[in-house]
Design a protein around this ligand. Structure first.
Ligand code: PRF
Ligand code: ZN
Length: 378
């Protein structure tokens, strides 16, 4: 890995359109063009796709999970193999989530304290402990380009007092992460995570505290946790414009094509979600005409491509009838072709957003997709 320490972490905004931003972020494994969607590779692989497929789809950066990689294959093994880039033969940027969110979704198998969080492995029930320092050390071993601080993602419906105490803990953990990982050590960037549930004053308090710490970027956590779409969009539009302007903004675990466009319109630069890959595996495919359930009988004899406007290998090569057959027969190729297509769709959407911002027509692009994915057309 060779990178220029002088430009590492630099975020440059080259165009704006309303609150939407067109930018680029320098990491140790290359420059990421924003806005960007990051395919999720929880265990060091984007399910059903090889690095060649991801390259073909236009992936610039993928996401890995500290929690999963720590449990298996183990971050000590990853360190011995030269880090995740080398182990997985992926030489472009990687962002790792801190494990906080994954541990907190385990619910009854965790114990929270000032020092960190105790949890049980979902594999064998063994006990483990994540402190802010520990998740920095694990992410150092993984060798990701962008690391996330340990945070508590507050459950939907948490009351004001719990949420207030929780965000203060998240801030103290964020400070400890920064102390454990001095700026740009190993060429690794570090992002803080905004929490505060669905209370605007708490979101602002969290942001004010985090902005005092020297992070390379800031994420919005704790959204898309069970709230309604209007609640999510309301908080998104409240908090995103208040985030530091000169560093990247990342909306964690979001979302649908329309959620991503909404995020971009609020000034968010980075997104990740399991939706395109998970939906691909259950036959829900995103196209320029809307969503397609490839299992439906109406496609049995359909010789047309899934999406004539899509440049992916599946759309260039096969008919809907064949993709339906592979799905119904539970053929393994179905997972690969469907995943390749959906990831291509999400990355194309991000590219179209970048071009639209440059040309001052982002609102029109968003309106177009609102029509394509209108609920009635599902
Ligand atoms: N925190 C972390 N990762 C996350 C979230 C969070 O709040 C979310 C919430 N949508 C997804 N992934 N660390
Ligand atoms: Zn396609």
């Amino acid at each position: 890995m060779t990178y220029d320490p002088a430009t590492l972490g630099q975020f440059t905004i080259t165009a704006t359109d309303g609150a939407a931003r067109r930018g680029s972020l320098v990491t140790a494994h290359g420059v990421v063009q924003t806005p960007i969607f990051m395919p999720v590779g929880t265990q060091g692989s984007v399910k059903a796709l090889a690095p060649d497929d991801l390259d073909a789809a236009g992936a610039q950066i993928i996401l890995g999970n500290t929690y999963h990689l720590y449990l298996r294959p183990g971050d000590d093994l990853l360190a011995r193999k030269g880090g995740l880039h080398r182990f997985a033969s992926w030489n472009k940027p990687i962002l790792t989530d801190s494990g906080g969110f994954q541990v907190f979704s385990l619910k009854d198998i965790r114990k929270l304290s000032e020092d960190g969080v105790e949890f049980r492995s979902h594999h064998d029930g063994s006990k483990h402990f994540f402190s802010p320092e520990k998740v920095m050390s694990i992410q150092n071993n993984i060798g990701s380009d962008i690391m996330m601080v340990l945070d508590e993602c507050v459950a939907y419906g948490a009351d004001y007092d719990y949420t207030a105490k929780s965000l203060e803990l998240t801030t103290r953990w964020a400070r400890r992460c920064r102390q454990a990982h001095p700026r740009h050590k190993n060429g690794q960037l570090l992002f803080g995570i905004n929490q505060g549930g669905f209370f605007k004053d708490l979101r602002e308090r969290s942001l004010a505290q985090l902005a005092e710490i020297d992070f390379d970027g800031f994420a919005i956590g704790g959204l898309s946790v069970g709230e309604s779409i209007p609640e999510m969009y309301d908080m998104l539009h409240h908090i995103a414009p208040l985030m530091p302007r000169d560093t990247p903004r990342y909306l964690m675990g979001v979302g649908t094509p329309l959620d991503i466009l909404e995020g971009i319109s609020a000034g968010v630069d980075m997104f990740d979600c399991v939706l395109p890959t998970r939906n691909a595996r259950n036959g829900t495919l995103y196209t320029s005409q809307g969503k397609v359930n490839i299992r439906r009988a109406e496609y049995r004899e359909d010789d047309s491509p899934l999406d004539p406007l899509c440049p992916c290998y599946a759309c260039r090569t096969f008919s809907k009838a064949y993709l339906r057959h592979l799905y119904v027969a539970q053929e393994l190729l179905s997972y690969r072709l469907n995943s390749l297509h959906n990831i291509t769709f999400f990355l194309t959407l991000a590219r179209q957003a970048r071009e639209a911002i440059e040309q001052g027509r982002f609102a029109a692009l968003k309106a177009h997709y609102q029509d394509v994915f209108a609920p009635a057309k599902d």
